[in-house]
Design a protein around this ligand. Structure first.
Ligand code: BGC
Length: 764
């Protein structure tokens, strides 16, 4: 009996150790052998991720980084561009370091590489899983052809606060949509299941910023987050988990604190939830200087915060060099164990093994591919089609759009003649002079059928210092070269406008008015541009507002006064011709808003899947005393989640259910017939929402649970069906268990979250 118990104990100990290994015997053996040869310093070196530093400008061979690589103090590098440069750095690692361990090369390939797709918020507006996966596939193909094997994408932070500049980098406000996009992007970059990393054009994804980075207080970047666990799991966590389910290879810790502990040192997040609950088996990297920043967060000195990060379950240190400079001492002093260090090192080596870098460190360094596979005509054609799908038609009175390809079209505004602003924020690999300007794109599309004229009309912003902040990183609008005053530019614009048949006003934000550390408190079109718009309207000519936006903006005045508004986000390198395609009717717009547009900033945060309260406002009411509302503005958004017009009209039938009751193992289908009643063939995004009418805890008034983008020809009808399973009806209860509760549910189907047809069923 005693022997049996001992045996059982030995088995358990072994099982526990094996737990830390991958279960892939070949990989485990390879890494065991390698780690057996590594010194403590070399193991710590694998956890170090400096940025490319002087390599971007200087000679790789003689740089400070090169010395560190030779000494085994670097696990990977990021943001070096160019296959030859990367090849040379890899050569140093595999020829001049003692153990010849290859480096991993990362980059922020966020919405494309040199062929840039719309900003992620725009990609989300396509509601097109296949197009999103394809965009990530193309990004991976181009980046890998240039030496990159790891991208810091997808960014899946849910945000309900358009003041936050990084709302542009994510998928908006909805967890289900965010989760679907997270999966599509991971598949696009890495491949699916066993197919991942098989080819030299599949790269490792990194889901970020874990966790809750989009819920920063007051929308100010890097801000504190504090929310209930129930809200976290029901409303914010799903996209990260979906990426893990899709097999994402790495996770990036966020800058913010969660529950009083910075995410980078938050063991509950990094180990209990991510690994133990969700089964994540890749590695965790900090965000840029994430470890060092915890000194300012106020939880210790460099040694302390580095030890806490490792202890929490963080494996790689981006830029801080806190691991490199303090972990040895922390092991010696018993602050962290060598086992913890081994585990982190193992995870980094596993990633390199999975990518195939031990078989061929130059797998991603084929200079021939770099010549043939980047910014190709094929990729650009797909990017143009995808951009057109992302544009959201917000208003179109009296069929102002589409425009005829005839007469004179005046394109006016500070964003009309800029190529560097077209790709949008976080497009680090782009060639900023490559994209066509809007004026050029429109000229291409109309050819010799119409005359296209241009005037700048105004600065971006009257305050020069603000404009400078809003045009960083080469996204210039050449203010310094512009010697004219706003009044002079306006006079020129009005004379151009008076001589035109129609005015396209290219206004809104510059690309750097959203993105990292670009929060705003005023979400309107900047002052001088609005003055220009008002003056253009006074000419009496038809005005189409082409709105450049990296976030939901406040457009109440524009909605009341401008006949047509096309929101084009930042559409990528092919944005300009794609805008032309839509303006002149070659393509009918079909994008839908992935985030609510408020009437004013005071309504923020405003989101469609809110709770009802005990004093909801009656449907259609504005103000009722002692109800949940405002004195000065209604509760309604300006444009609701899921909203977007097209050049045709879609008619939705009532919802037909295959059953009105299901049990825990059952399923039902909900079907609508959608009819294209207009004159244009067009895509429509059909959306399924569900409301759980009674729960043990309160439930949102509706939640997106499925969607489908369908193409319907003019005059035709299509049935669109969704399968509803009990799984789709689950939620996290007060004990944070993911459960079904029996009861009645409303199914709502429509072309946006407001205008829906409803049916009811029961879960038994
Ligand atoms: C951003 C990350 C990015 C990293 C590396 C940070 O400032 O928050 O999203 O991946 O820099 O460039």
């Amino acid at each position: 009996m005693k022997k049996l118990l001992t045996l059982l104990l030995v088995c358990l100990v072994f099982a526990a150790c094996d737990d830390k290994k991958s279960g892939n015997a070949e990989m485990d053996k390879f890494i065991d052998d390698l780690m057996g040869q590594m010194t403590l310093e070399e193991k710590i070196g694998q956890l170090n991720l400096p940025s490319s530093g002087d390599i971007t400008t200087g000679e790789a061979k003689s740089s400070n980084i090169a010395e560190k690589i030779k000494a085994g103090q670097v696990g990977g590098l990021f943001n070096i561009k160019g296959v030859e440069k990367i090849k040379e750095v890899q050569r140093i690692a595999v020829e001049e370091s003692r153990l010849k361990i290859p480096l991993i090369f990362g980059m922020d390939v966020i919405h494309g590489y040199e062929t840039v797709f719309p900003i992620p918020l725009g990609m989300a507006a396509t509601f097109d899983r296949a197009a999103i996966e394809q965009s990530a596939r193309i990004a991976a193909t181009e980046a890998s052809a240039d030496g990159i094997c790891w991208t810091f994408s997808p960014m899946v932070d849910i945000s309900r606060d358009p003041r936050w500049g990084r709302v542009s980098e994510g998928s908006g406000e909805d967890p289900y949509l965010g989760g679907e996009i997270a999966k599509a992007m991971v598949y696009g970059y890495q491949g699916r299941g066993d197919d991942a990393y098989k080819s030299n054009n599949q790269i490792m994804a990194c889901v970020k910023h874990y966790a809750l980075y989009g819920a920063a207080e007051a929308g100010r970047d890097y801000g504190t987050t504090d929310m209930s666990r129930m809200r976290m799991f029901n409303e914010y966590m799903y996209p990260y988990q979906a990426a893990v389910d899709a097999g994402v290879g790495s996770v990036m810790a966020s800058f913010n604190e969660v529950d009083g502990v910075p995410a980078t040192a938050n063991k509950w997040l990094m180990t209990d939830v991510l690994r133990d609950q969700w089964g994540f088996d890749g590695f965790v990297v900090t965000d840029y200087t994430g470890i060092m920043e915890m000194i300012d967060h106020g939880i210790g000195d460099m040694q302390e915060v580095s030890a806490r990060a490792l202890d929490a379950g963080v494996d790689m240190d981006m830029v801080s060099e806190g691991f490199l400079s303090t972990l040895k001492q922390s092991v010696e002093e018993g602050k962290v164990t060598e086992e913890q260090l081994n585990l982190a090192c193992r995870r980094i080596l596993e990633a390199k093994y999975k990518l195939g870098l031990f078989d061929d460190p130059y797998k991603y360094c084929d200079a021939e591919r770099a010549k043939k596979e980047i910014y190709t005509d094929e990729h650009r054609t797909i990017a143009r089609q995808t951009a057109a799908k992302s544009f959201v038609l917000l208003k179109n009175d009296n069929n102002t759009l589409p425009l005829d390809k005839k007469g004179t079209v005046a394109v006016i505004g500070p964003l009309a003649n800029s190529s560097s602003n077209m790709p949008g924020t976080w497009s680090v690999a782009v060639n900023l002079v490559a994209p066509k300007t809007l004026v050029e794109g429109i000229k291409d599309v109309v050819g010799d059928k119409a005359r296209v004229t241009y005037a700048k009309g105004s600065h971006l912003i009257s305050d020069a210092a603000y404009e400078e902040r809003a045009t960083m990183f080469g996204r210039t609008l050449n203010r310094e070269q512009e010697k004219r005053t706003d009044a002079q530019m306006l006079a020129e614009a009005l004379s151009v406008a008076r001589n035109a048949d129609v005015i396209v006003a290219a206004l809104g934000e510059s690309s750097e008015m959203s993105g990292e550390s670009s929060s705003r408190t005023d979400l309107g079109i900047p002052d001088v541009q609005k003055t220009l718009l008002k003056e253009l309207l006074k000419t009496g000519k038809p005005v189409v507002l082409v709105l450049f936006a990296g976030r939901p903006m406040t457009l109440t005045w524009e909605d009341e006064n401008v006949p047509a508004i096309l929101n084009v986000w930042f559409g990528g390198t092919e944005a300009a011709p794609a805008i032309g395609d839509v303006l002149f009717g070659d393509v009918s717009p079909s994008g839908k808003l992935p985030a609510t547009f408020p009437q004013n900033v005071g309504q923020v945060p405003l989101f469609y899947n809110h709770k009802n309260t005990g004093r909801p406002l009656a449907q259609g009411q504005w103000f009722q005393k002692f109800r949940s509302n405002y004195l000065d503005v209604s509760n309604e958004p300006l444009y609701p989640f899921g909203y977007g017009l097209s050049y045709t009209q879609f008619d939705y039938s009532d919802v037909r259910l295959s059953a009105t009751e299901i049990d825990g193992n059952g399923e039902l289908t909900a079907t609508v017939t959608v009819t294209n009643k207009g004159k244009y063939d067009s895509d429509e995004v059909v959306q399924l929402y569900i409301r759980d009418l009674v729960g043990s805890v309160t439930r949102p008034v509706r939640e997106l649970k499925d969607f489908e983008r369908v193409t319907i020809k003019a005059g035709e009808s299509k049935d669109v069906s969704f399968t509803i399973t009990p799984e789709k009806l689950k939620f996290y209860n007060a004990d944070i268990q993911f459960v079904n509760e029996p009861g009645d549910f409303d199914v709502m189907i429509g072309g946006n979250s407001r205008d829906v047809k409803t049916a009811r069923f029961k879960l038994k």
